[in-house]
Ligand binder design. Structure first.
Ligand code: FUL
Length: 494
């Protein structure tokens, strides 16, 4: 579902200047993925918990029919571009035979302790054309040294294993949930950490940068991808890809160990959530949002939730509210006790993919005549036709002074539509502040929709309308618009 971005072959002096913070090369590759999956799988799958305490015996981990190819195949045919696996969740159990602990698949009955789930999933991803990413929980409720320096060493060695032994990773996920009660080697106590300093994130991130320079790192605070501030799969409207990173660190959003009054804490928490959800137009860093959400109420598989799987229509709605607001959609598919994606989840995901194909399979704008109120330097390299060529490396741009501009599509006969898709050319930053879509009704323009922010992608979903002319009006921008796509689509089921 991504859109390729290559270097344009336009002389540099003719190009618009970038505005504000711009994405790094690794962030640009990440933006192209748009929709990918999460796999939550561990001892919790068998103990029926969401957060394992850390005292679970490795013997409970016993999938009866684990099949990495089924999992990867389901994800690929559902339109996902990659999968991120919980290699170790908060309970500390490792899905790979880590050299540094016995609390792993090594001591489980699965494959007589000779198996490696991380290996099997990462290999299957490659066979099915998917990218692979890891989730390694910083919080470890099993480890006796958690909260002390020895645990940090252990965590880093595990991060090293995962970033060197399983091929190329597209994303490395650091959870913000941290510190609290746990088994901790049998002490069964509560341990709090100094969230800001304990993990020495700067140097911990360095391990990933060194071993996986192409991987984007996710946490509440990046450094490459930020949390969207909720686990509902919904980005703010607008959701800017920029934020000010000052004072942010992974887990900052969940700090319950502050000593100020509860009401103050709740207020601070709510404003952090909102900032993550909407971003900051004036932010000094490119830090786009990822919307993580589960296809079921829980992150791990529970049989009692078999009838509570999200419907294709619900997934489609989340797609519009995540990808359609310039964020990414990270959908969790929890393998069940067999070690397979459950039939109900498969059905729903396939239904969603079918809807996506129906809507986005045809761009009605391809049959239109297109004209713009201004073309940069009157140079055909920046003509509005570039919006329709399906090539993310080409774009329509105006002269620098033109932060307001129009594009009109004229169809040979009336078209019926209810979805509009726009993409800014990201290497030059997020430039558009506000735009409107108008339709021609008997020779008069009528406003169909008005939105703020475009970014990586903006999907507008409106009422079913028929018209011979559609106009895009850029109403407000921080710099001249540089747009790479305009899609007009019809969702006949909406
Ligand atoms: C949260 C965790 O505590 C949940 O168990 C889950 O892994 C979710 C994706 O992130 O912070």
């Amino acid at each position: 579902m991504g859109n390729k971005i290559k270097q344009p072959s336009i002389p540099l002096e003719l190009m618009p200047k970038p505005f504000g913070p711009v994405p790094s090369v690794r962030q640009l590759s990440w933006h192209r993925l748009e929709f990918y999956g999460f796999l939550h799988f561990t001892v919790n799958t068998f103990s029926d918990k969401e957060w394992g305490y850390g005292d679970e015996s490795p013997e409970v981990f016993a999938p009866t029919a684990f099949d990495a190819d089924q999992i990867a195949e389901v994800a690929a045919s559902g339109g996902m571009a990659g999968l991120i696996l919980t290699c170790k969740h908060h309970d500390g159990f490792c899905l790979w035979p880590s050299k540094y602990t016995g609390h792993s698949v090594k001591n489980s009955p699965w494959k007589n302790g000779k198996g490696d789930i991380v290996r099997e999933i990462s290999d299957a991803c490659r066979r099915h054309g998917l990218k692979f990413g890891t989730y390694l929980s910083p919080w470890d409720r099993n480890h006796p040294e958690y909260g002390r320096h020895a645990y940090l060493e252990y965590f880093r060695k595990q991060l090293h294993e995962l970033t060197t032994e399983y091929g190329e990773l597209f994303e490395v996920w650091f959870d913000g949930a941290n510190g609290g009660d746990g088994y901790y080697g049998g002490t069964r106590e509560s341990r709090h950490i100094d969230r800001k300093n304990y993990y020495d994130w700067k140097n911990t991130w360095e391990i990933v940068r060194r071993n996986q320079p192409g991987a984007s790192m996710f946490s509440d605070a990046g450094p490459d991808v930020r949390w969207v501030g909720n686990e509902d799969g919904i980005a703010g409207d607008p959701c800017w890809s920029t934020l000010t990173k000052n004072n942010l660190y992974p887990g900052f959003g969940g700090d319950v160990k502050t000593d100020f009054a509860v009401a103050e804490m709740v207020k601070a928490w709510a404003s952090d959530q909102e900032m993550l959800n909407m971003g900051d137009r004036k932010g000094d860093a490119w830090l786009p949002a990822e919307c993580d959400v589960s296809i079921r109420p829980g992150w791990f598989y529970h049989q009692t939730e078999d009838q509570k799987v999200r419907s294709p229509e619900n997934l489609l709605d989340l797609y519009f509210r995540s990808v359609g607001r310039g964020a990414s959609f990270l959908l969790n598919l929890p393998p069940d006790r067999r070690g397979l994606i459950h039939e109900n989840d498969v059905r729903s995901l396939n239904g969603f993919k079918k809807r996506i194909n129906e809507i986005f399979g045809t761009n009605l704008a391809a049959g239109a005549r297109i004209a713009a109120s201004n073309i940069r330097g009157n140079n055909s390299a920046f003509s509005p036709e570039k919006l329709l060529d399906g090539d993310g490396s080409t774009f329509w741009a105006t002269d620098d002074s033109m932060t307001k501009a129009d594009v009109v599509l004229e169809f040979p006969e009336a078209v019926t539509f209810n979805v509009v898709s726009l993409r800014e050319y990201l290497p030059l930053g997020q430039r558009i502040d506000q735009f409107a879509i108008d339709v021609d009704k008997d020779g008069q323009w009528q406003e169909y929709a008005r939105c703020r922010a475009v970014g990586s992608r903006r999907l507008v979903r409106g009422a079913k309308t028929s018209t011979r002319k559609i106009r895009l009006r850029i109403l407000e921008g921080a710099a001249c618009p540089v747009l790479s796509e305009l899609g007009i689509h019809f969702d006949s089921a909406h």
